[in-house]
Design a protein around this ligand. Structure first.
Ligand SMILES: [Zn+2]
Length: 271
C-alpha cells in the first residue's frame, strides 16, 4: 500500500513537472473558468435575449442555431488538423431559451462592455448565481467543460466573457459569448465565423487584428505570418480560414513554441 502511495505521488509529481509543459497562458486564466479546454466534449448552452419591442422571429433563431453548428463543425475540423479530439453538444439553456430584457446594450468593441450577461441569463434559468449554475449544470450534464452562447437580437460587436482566478465566481465562473445579429452599423455579419472566433477567445486565443488592446504593428506582422488565421480576420468563406500555429499553441493544440509567439500578446491578455 505504501509503495502504491509512493508511486502515485511520484507520478503526480512527474505530471506536475512535465504534464503541463505547454502553458501558453498564465495559470490564473487558462482552464480557470467553465470553458475548461478546447478538447474532448464541450457542452454548449444557448439562449436568445430580446426586448419586448424587438423580439426574435423563429426563422431568425433557426438561422442562428445553424450558424452555431457550422461554427462548431469548423472548429472540429480544425482540431482534427492538429490531431485534437473535439466534440460539441448543444442544448438550450433550460427554462430560459428566450429572455426578454428592458434594453440590450450595444457592443462597440471598446473593452468596456457589460460582462455579467452569463450571470443574468443563468439567473433567468432559476439559478442563484454563476457558481451555483456551473456546479449544478456540470453534475447534470456530466461535463465540467461548459460555455454559454447568448444571442442578442440587436446590433453590435460580439465579444467573449472570460473568467480569471481572483474574479468573483458568483458573477463570472460560467464563461460565454455574446453574439449580436448584425454589426453595430447594422451591416450583415458572418455569424459562424464570429461565433468560432469568440469561442476561441474563451480558450485563450488572442486577437491578431488591431483592437483597443492590440497594435497595428502586430496586425501587420500577423498578416505576413498567419494571413488566414481566424483571430486575424473573418470571412463568409470559412473554408479559407484556419487555426494557425500561434492560435493553436495558445489553445494547447500545438506544442511547438516559436520565439515570436509571445510578442503577439495583446494588452487584454497580460501575464
Ligand atoms: Zn476577438
Amino acid at each position: 500500500m505504501k509503495r502504491l502511495t509512493f508511486l502515485f505521488n511520484f507520478f503526480t509529481l512527474l505530471l506536475l513537472i512535465f504534464g503541463f509543459g505547454v502553458v501558453a497562458q498564465p495559470n490564473d486564466r487558462w482552464k480557470a473558468g467553465s470553458a475548461l479546454l478546447l478538447t474532448d466534449t464541450v457542452q454548449t448552452l444557448y439562449c436568445f435575449v430580446e426586448t419586448e419591442a424587438n423580439p426574435w422571429l423563429e426563422s431568425e433563431k433557426t438561422n442562428m442555431i445553424a450558424s452555431l453548428e457550422s461554427a462548431q463543425h469548423w472548429l472540429v475540423q480544425q482540431a482534427g488538423h492538429w490531431n485534437v479530439p473535439l466534440f460539441f453538444k448543444n442544448s438550450p439553456l433550460e427554462n430560459a431559451e428566450t429572455i426578454s430584457f428592458d434594453s440590450i446594450t450595444t457592443g462597440t468593441g471598446s473593452g468596456r462592455e457589460r460582462v455579467d450577461w452569463i450571470k443574468k441569463v443563468v439567473q433567468n434559468a432559476g439559478y442563484r448565481n454563476s457558481r451555483q449554475a456551473f456546479r449544478k449544470l456540470s453534475v447534470k450534464l456530466h461535463n465540467d467543460n461548459i460555455l454559454v452562447v447568448v444571442f442578442a437580437h440587436s446590433d453590435g460587436i460580439s465579444y467573449a466573457m472570460r473568467y480569471a482566478k481572483g474574479m468573483s465566481k458568483k458573477k463570472y465562473i460560467m464563461e460565454g459569448i455574446l453574439v449580436y445579429q448584425r454589426y453595430d452599423n447594422g451591416a450583415e455579419m458572418p455569424v459562424s465565423c464570429i461565433v468560432s472566433h469568440e469561442i476561441l477567445h474563451l480558450y485563450g486565443a488572442w486577437d491578431l487584428y488591431r483592437t483597443y488592446a492590440q497594435t497595428l504593428e502586430k496586425q501587420a506582422k500577423a498578416r505576413e505570418l498567419y494571413p488566414n488565421d481566424i483571430m486575424l480576420r473573418v470571412d463568409y468563406a470559412m473554408e479559407t480560414l484556419k487555426i494557425d500555429r500561434l492560435t493553436a499553441w495558445l489553445l494547447g493544440w500545438n506544442s511547438t513554441e516559436e520565439e515570436i509567439f509571445e510578442w503577439f500578446r495583446p494588452d487584454d491578455y497580460r501575464k
